[in-house]
Design a protein around this ligand. Structure first.
Ligand code: PHE
Length: 460
């Protein structure tokens, strides 16, 4: 069993394994069901500008910051922060807490996706996917779940998801995280490319693509559009969550960090673009089939996956195949992200309590699985998920990102981090990186945080 002190810290087998695991974390539900709608809703084709600005002025530079923290200080988020500055450990635990919350509900959605992969085979949702999802599947009435069937179709798959991800994590960095990403990522890519090509051949696809890409330049004047771009980049690249710190701490000493980061960022954005094309081609088909406008059917999140897609699957040629590819992609993309979320917590516990890999996986995994199953496999379901999602997205992440980056910038040690990166990397970081991380991102994040707080105060 590996212990957690610096000399025997686990490592990825190589740079390729790390890159696949980092892409595995980045590519998740955010790419498939969030990006397409965020783009559509924020100026369509014009959104590319704030998106690229956010990627270049926050996404990639902060990815490098996370890598530098993890790789130089060789620790889970709390340990890396503590080694950077004794009083910064709290930031790491704050990130750990966010991952606890995300992990509890991310698993639930993957359980649903697993079940719906199977349902796709015979369109088990019948003629009314919305009522099927809420009433029959989640057994909800008036917003609360009233049914409880313990090993039924909600709880059974949820238990299976937990068992699978905890098994991967118990196997460790190389045999678990590395190998599973090396299996799932190529599989996901093939499935997803086939899905997108199939969607492009559906009648009406061009309607969807026009709706997605037609630029609305006026939108660029709205600050909320820019905030949406930064929000998407943060969530999508999994930065400031402690994830990239943790994964980078498993890299061998001589690793090209900036080169790896560019590959990860590029791959993640390509995947989002692909998802936008596939999802809107399918929505275009749905609109055309119903004689509606795309604006009437465009949605994201749970509504897109569990209500719109079943309707598309019902009507499309090769519907079952589209369903299996779509829900299977959600599941594979999500598993590698969930693994990364849980690894942040497991690594932190391992470093703090000096436990072995299997023990810390169980100490973290079992209580979380129980909470997740108790909350979502049985009683309240959806409303809790909504609240958690809002809380984490609007507050948790932006706040911890803002405070930790301001603290790092104020400690005047950014140059230590860039020097560390430059020792082994192909692209060197200089003054521009320090200005972006030390000045630009705190301003943007401060503004985001301010507008979230303002919204909450005004909306009560
Ligand atoms: N990056 C993942 C996605 O795009 C989501 C995620 C965010 C995963 C934060 C873990 C932590 O879906």
């Amino acid at each position: 069993m590996q212990s957690s002190n610096a000399s025997s810290r686990e490592t990825f087998s190589g740079r390729g394994a790390f890159i696949l695991a980092a892409i595995g974390s980045a590519v998740g539900l955010g790419n498939i069901w969030r990006f397409p709608y965020v783009t559509y809703d924020n100026g369509g084709g014009a959104f590319i500008i704030p998106y690229l600005v956010a990627l270049l002025t926050a996404g990639i530079p902060l990815l490098f910051l996370d890598y530098a923290m993890g790789h130089k200080y060789r620790g889970s988020a709390p340990l890396a922060f503590r080694r950077f500055n004794k009083s910064f450990e709290t930031f790491g635990w704050w990130q750990v807490l966010i991952n606890v919350i995300i992990g509890i509900y991310y698993a639930v959605i993957l359980g649903w996706a697993a079940c719906y992969t199977y349902y796709s085979l015979n369109s088990a949702w019948g003629a009314d996917p919305a009522s099927f999802f809420f009433k029959e599947y989640l057994q909800m009435a008036d917003g609360v779940s009233v049914g409880f069937d313990f090993v039924g179709t909600v709880t059974g798959p949820l238990i299976a998801v937990w068992v699978a991800v905890l098994a991967i994590l118990a196997l460790g960095v190389q045999k678990g995280i590395g190998k599973s990403s090396a299996l799932f990522m190529p599989l996901l890519t093939i499935m997803f490319v086939v899905l997108v090509i199939t969607a492009l051949f559906l009648p009406g696809a061009e309607k969807g693509l026009n709706a997605l890409f037609t630029p609305n330049w006026e939108k660029l004047k709205e600050p909320s559009v820019w905030i949406a771009a930064y929000g998407q980049i943060f969530f999508s690249l999994s930065i400031c969550f402690g994830i990239m710190i943790t994964y980078a701490s498993y890299l061998k000493k001589k690793t090209d960090l900036t080169g790896s980061g560019l590959v990860v960022g590029f791959a993640n954005s390509s995947f989002e673009l692909l998802a936008g094309i596939g999802v809107f081609a399918a929505l275009g088909f749905m609109a055309a089939a119903a004689g509606k406008e795309v604006s009437e059917v465009a949605t994201s999140g749970i509504g897109l996956a569990f209500i719109a897609f079943p309707a598309i699957i019902d009507q499309a040629p090769f519907g079952s195949a589209i369903g299996v590819l779509f829900f299977g992609s959600l599941l594979f993309a999500g598993i590698t992200s969930l693994v990364s979320v849980l690894e942040v917590i497991i690594a932190a516990v391992q470093d703090k309590l000096q436990l072995g890999r299997v023990k810390s996986t169980l100490v973290v995994g079992i209580p979380m699985a129980i909470i997740s199953i108790a909350l979502f496999g049985t009683t309240t379901g959806l409303p809790v998920l909504d609240v958690l999602d809002k809380f984490v997205n609007s507050f948790g992440i932006v706040a911890v990102a803002f405070f930790s980056i301001v603290a790092i910038a104020f400690s005047k040690k950014l140059s230590i981090l860039s020097e560390h990166i430059n020792q082994t990397s192909s692209y060197k970081l200089g003054a521009i990186w320090r200005i972006v991380v030390g000045i630009v991102t705190p301003i943007v994040l401060g503004y985001m945080l301010f507008s979230e707080v303002y919204k909450v105060i005004n909306e009560g």
